[in-house]
Design a protein around this ligand. Structure first.
Ligand SMILES: CC(C)(COP(=O)(O)OP(=O)(O)OC[C@H]1O[C@@H](n2cnc3c(N)ncnc32)[C@H](O)[C@@H]1OP(=O)(O)O)[C@@H](O)C(=O)NCCC(=O)NCCS
Length: 164
């Protein structure tokens, strides 16, 4: 079952958290944390992000890892993925946050905020002035998190239907 209902934290001090670019060696830990948080295993998806078919985007995609600094075998504390996209759906260039997850045992200690701030800096360095994301309507935890960072409903809506 998805574990996005909130923390049960014996949290590491966020001052000891180190944020760095993700590498292929992180993929197993990312897969495990994502499955723990969303309840869905997507190994092929994560491998493709690091190694495969999305390689043409690799230069512009930001995949940031938070881990405890100073450990010989650092523990993955969280990750965030996003990139600057332009003109899909008529949207001006902006930074999209595709996914963020923090270890349930490390929440409410500023790690998610640190990751969001770091990716914001990446987007700003690329010259965009706006950031967007999308989430399930019932993910109140993510909504609270993004709202706490000043993110608000934007000018687009998603439409969908079942295909017979
Ligand atoms: C949302 C998430 C990234 C927040 O990470 P975090 O490191 O705990 O966040 P922070 O400590 O930086 O919290 C920043 C702010 O977010 C809000 N927030 C975070 N957790 C909250 C909670 N359980 N309830 C209400 N507000 C919360 C608060 O406003 C908080 O600020 P405050 O501590 O000053 O009140 C984390 O809970 C998570 O990974 N949740 C699952 C996300 C998910 O579903 N991912 C899969 C789809 S992409």
């Amino acid at each position: 079952m998805a574990d996005n209902a909130g923390p049960e934290t014996s949290a590491p001090n966020v001052g000891k958290i180190h944020v760095r670019d993700g590498v292929a060696g992180d993929v197993d830990a990312v897969i495990a944390l994502d499955e723990q948080v969303t309840g869905i295993a997507k190994a092929g998806y994560w491998h493709s992000l690091f190694e495969g078919e999305d390689a043409p985007h690799a230069g512009r995609r930001h995949f940031l890892i938070a881990e405890e600094a100073g450990e010989t075998d650092p523990h993955l504390a969280g990750f965030i993925i996003g990139e600057v996209r332009a003109w899909e759906f008529g949207s001006h260039p902006c930074g999209w946050v595709f996914a963020i997850s923090v270890d349930p045992n490390a929440r409410l200690d500023g790690i998610g905020s640190r990751l969001l701030e770091e990716i914001s800096d990446c987007f700003k360095a690329e010259g965009v002035t706006r950031m967007r994301t999308m989430m399930a309507r019932n993910n109140h935890l993510l909504m609270s998190f993004f709202r706490s960072h000043g993110m608000m409903a934007g000018p687009y809506i998603e439409l969908e239907k079942d295909l017979d």
